[in-house]
Ligand binder design. Structure first.
Ligand SMILES: *[C@@H]1O[C@H](CO)[C@@H](O)[C@H](O)[C@H]1NC(C)=O
Ligand SMILES: *[C@@H]1O[C@H](CO)[C@@H](O)[C@H](O)[C@H]1NC(C)=O
Ligand SMILES: [Ca+2]
Length: 220
């Protein structure tokens, strides 16, 4: 029998300054199929549009896919964000994905924002404030409420069915989500900010940690 090692560590000693000057950051130290963090949203993810931002650094490279964000209900992957085997960034809305051929992620922090609007199907990606081309994806679709948001693993079933070879390894912070598309100017302004999402607000969002994920506080 294999026992899974459950550890969610918070390291906050040795930091000074007010909370407002600190950024919480999550470190996934190694490849596992057990470590993940669940984020508790402020409102149900019944969405006809979104902006989803995050700051990511990873040393995973080469032909290694990994998941950046997963929102899954019992039966469907409602919104999954990936770095694909071939290096493209993508997101899937319960079915097909939309793919962006953009410069890869690396060990230096990259700020990402994905946007999608059901009324036009317009989908785009911003990397450190620079916007990709716009693609058209799932016009008329609605993301359904009732699921869980997790970082670190791809759930093939609700909060389970994880694959070590799809796990995220690295550091992730500033995960913010809105239920509308922010303007290009607003997204550019986000790159230095850590909080403010009306669905997920990184400054206040509650985490439920599982496995070996380290939460650190970074002085800004
Ligand atoms: C982890 O992977 C093993 C081997 O593939 C599998 O049996 C197990 O169910 C997985 N655990 C989770 C939590 O997905
Ligand atoms: C993960 O990848 C390694 C190396 O390619 C392979 O040996 C292993 O079987 C894979 N594990 C799973 C659960 O797919
Ligand atoms: Ca999977």
């Amino acid at each position: 029998m294999r026992l899974s090692f459950i550890l969610f560590i918070t390291i906050s000693a040795g930091f000074s300054g007010t909370l407002a000057n600190r950024r919480r950051s999550l470190v996934f130290r190694s490849e596992t199929n057990t470590s993940y963090v669940e984020l508790i949203p402020k409102k149900p993810l019944s969405l006809k549009a979104f902006t989803l931002c995050m700051r990511v650094a990873t040393e995973l490279s080469g032909e290694r896919e990994f998941i950046l964000f997963a929102y899954r209900t019992q039966d469907f992957d409602e919104l999954n964000v990936w770095k694909e085997l071939d290096g493209r960034l993508s997101f899937y809305l319960s079915g097909d994905g939309v793919f962006f051929q953009v410069p890869g992620l690396g060990p230096l922090q990259t700020h990402l924002c994905f946007t999608w609007d059901s009324s036009s199907g317009a989908a785009a990606l911003f990397i450190d404030g620079r916007k990709s081309l716009t693609k058209i994806h799932r016009k008329g679709h609605t993301i359904r409420e009732g699921g869980s948001v997790i970082l670190g693993q791809d759930p093939d079933n609700y909060l389970g069915g994880f694959d070590i070879n799809q796990s995220f390894v690295g550091e992730i912070s500033d995960v913010n989500m809105w239920d509308y598309v922010l303007s290009d100017t607003a997204v550019r302004g986000r790159t230095a900010k850590m909080s403010g999402g009306n669905v997920l607000d990184w400054e206040t969002v509650d985490f439920r940690g599982n496995g070996e994920v380290v939460q650190i506080n970074v002085n800004l």
